[in-house]
Design a protein. Structure first.
Length: 375
């Protein structure tokens, strides 16, 4: 299979970052060294949260958050079905049950009203995902969590740089997790970062990350059963370089989103993603459009096929988790009609730092032509 002429995503690595990684490879320490400490510090600075723990992936971060919060068998965690499957998987890793609730049609994030309806005596936490870099309604979710004495976990894996009234996402909940897969705002190849204000949770997650070693343990001494969720010095070096460019990266991604809006906003057959939210800054992770409700949802896959035939990478973001084979055994507690309707119409367009203006025009022209053929 040949690669598309315009890929769905592409990492943005500079020569300076490559040179820095090469220098780390020549150093005597490739794990649990000074670059890890420096990379973690960039996140305490960014979020204003006192503790940051770098891990091997965002999924690993969510798993450690569940463990540190004491979530386990018999507990229920409220989570959207319209998100990447890792959010629900981490809940099941600890034996708890994900309870899927519907989303807000504008932000595509958890509906606070739907969350409140789902709370019951077994509920232990709310897992709020900042979908596509759009902030969830954290003031409402914080209030719900406090009123019902629930933990609040932020899945900020797609939202590095997102703010609500100038407060960074990741600083609202008990624990938050970021991720650095190659299609994210910054990348370390694979990797994640947990942030928390709670020193006890932080110490526990650091121990779990490193095979269950407490700070006083020797290398072959282990206080608890842990995991190898460490992030290498190599990955941390790349992350440091990427974080130094975060301001310019976010600005460029805002420009790209603006260009898509400029070229597609006049097409009534498309629903574009929300571009402005009062008091908030959206950190653009992907650019996902939807077929308008007047068009048959079943035509979405034909549009994607035509874009792929034209050499344009695209994707179906997201396939609802509750409809996937891995979750076929899970009984649903609420109506997910909005999730299912929206998910059946989504098309993720090419979105990465180095996409150029002419490529964006090519994508928009091809999309417009494909939709014209089905309408």
């Amino acid at each position: 299979m040949t690669s598309p002429k315009i890929p769905l995503s592409s990492p943005d690595i500079t020569e300076a970052e490559i040179e820095a990684v090469a220098a780390t490879l020549r150093s005597p320490q490739l794990s649990l060294g000074p670059r890890l400490i420096e990379f973690e510090a960039t996140f305490t600075d960014l979020t204003g949260v006192e503790h940051a723990i770098a891990v091997s992936s965002g999924t690993a971060g969510l798993h450690l958050a569940m463990l540190a919060l004491g979530i386990g068998a018999g507990d229920e965690i409220i989570v959207p079905s319209f998100t990447f499957i890792a959010a629900a998987n981490a809940i099941r890793y600890v034996g708890a049950t994900p309870v899927f609730v519907d989303i807000d049609g504008l932000t595509l994030n958890l509906s606070p009203a739907a969350v409140e309806r789902a709370i019951n005596p077994r509920t232990r936490a709310i897992l709020a995902v900042h979908t596509f870099g759009v902030p969830a309604d954290m003031p409402a979710l914080v209030a719900l969590a406090r009123r019902h004495h629930l933990a609040l976990i932020e899945d900020a894996c797609e939202a590095l740089g997102t703010t609500i009234d100038a407060q960074p996402v990741g600083s609202f909940g008990n624990v938050a997790v970021f991720a650095f897969y190659p299609n994210k705002q910054i990348t370390t190849g694979e990797g994640g970062m947990i942030v928390t204000r709670d020193p006890g949770l932080a110490a526990h997650m650091r121990s779990l990350r490193d095979q269950g070693r407490a700070p006083t343990d020797s290398w072959l001494q282990h206080t608890e059963v842990g995991y190898n969720y460490r992030l290498s010095e190599i990955a941390c070096t790349l992350g440091i370089g990427q974080m130094r460019r975060l301001t310019s990266i976010l600005y460029r991604r805002e420009e790209i989103a603006g260009l898509y809006r400029q070229h597609l906003s006049s097409d009534a057959r498309l629903t574009l993603p929300i571009h402005e939210l009062p008091g908030c800054r959206i950190s653009w992770f992907v650019y996902v459009v939807r077929l308008a409700d007047e068009l048959p949802a079943g035509q979405r896959d034909q549009v994607i096929h035509e874009l792929e035939q034209a050499g344009i990478g695209c994707g179906r973001y997201f396939a609802p988790i509750h409809l996937q084979p891995a979750y076929a055994d899970l009984a649903l507690a609420s109506d997910l009609r909005k999730t299912e309707s929206i998910a059946s119409r989504t098309i993720a367009l090419p979105f990465f730092n180095r996409i150029n203006d002419s490529q964006i025009v090519t994508v928009c022209e091809a999309l417009t032509l494909a939709i014209r053929r089905i309408s």
